[in-house]
Design a protein around this ligand. Structure first.
Ligand code: ZN
Ligand code: ZN
Length: 229
């Protein structure tokens, strides 16, 4: 796949990355809609504004994907391609490092003037719906993109681990903005899910902005005393 992409011109690459980003968004929104339907949640359609911002986020993410690809081509980003246990190790490492980095960034945003200027935009809805995952101020989308490219360029991550991480990232993002909890209390309290960020976890952050700054886990919130179950 990377060999095929390497042979394409910049406009074609941008087109491919735009299609890829839009497809991921559409699949994520469909999964969100389906979960809402299965859990009998009243489905609200997105406003015109939300759709426009979602399109803008996709355009920015297309440029971030393109920048990442160019960084890989010029050797600033290096990936491993082994089919080994490293896939699992690198995935867990990336998952935890990104979770901590986003916790710190998210906490910082909420406790400085950046909140009112930028992040308040995402908090416009105290009861989020799936599309709100993509309703972010453009500067916030850019800063998450820079953080992402920065972190994957400081260590040689396994390429397959990165792909799995990107899929899981969307799954958690949509889960957090479902507006409904698909998991039962029993499942959420099981050892496997107890420390992961559930739909309720991020929903509670939208309802009360003083808690739950984590994304994939509630570990950092538990450690830094910002956890609201
Ligand atoms: Zn927030
Ligand atoms: Zn949110």
């Amino acid at each position: 796949m990377l060999k095929f992409l390497s042979e394409q011109s910049s406009p074609i690459l941008l087109m491919i990355f735009l299609i890829e980003n839009c497809l991921v968004t559409l699949m994520a929104l469909f999964a969100g809609w389906l979960t809402q339907k299965l859990t009998h949640k009243l489905i609200e359609s997105p406003s015109r504004n939300e759709v426009l911002v979602c399109i803008t986020t996709n355009l920015i993410n297309t440029f971030i994907t393109y920048a990442g690809f160019k960084m890989w081509q010029s050797g600033f980003l290096v990936f491993g391609f082994n089919h080994s246990w490293l896939i699992v190790f690198d995935f867990v490492l990336l998952f935890l490092v990104m979770d901590l980095a986003m916790y710190v960034l998210h906490y910082g945003i909420h406790h400085t003037a950046v909140y009112n200027k930028i992040h308040k935009f995402h908090h416009y809805y105290s009861h989020p719906k799936p599309i709100d995952l993509f309703v972010l101020h453009p500067l916030e989308t850019v800063s998450f993109g820079v953080l992402w490219l920065g972190i994957i360029s400081i260590y040689v991550f396994n390429f397959y681990a990165v792909i799995i991480y990107l899929i899981i990232n969307v799954v958690f993002g949509i889960a957090g903005h479902l507006g409904t909890e698909p998991l039962s209390d029993k499942t959420r309290n099981s050892l496997l899910f107890k420390y992961l960020g559930s739909s309720t976890f991020h929903h509670n952050h939208h309802a009360d902005i003083n808690y739950n700054y984590g994304f994939y886990t509630n570990i950092w919130d538990r450690i830094f005393k910002t956890y609201k179950p």
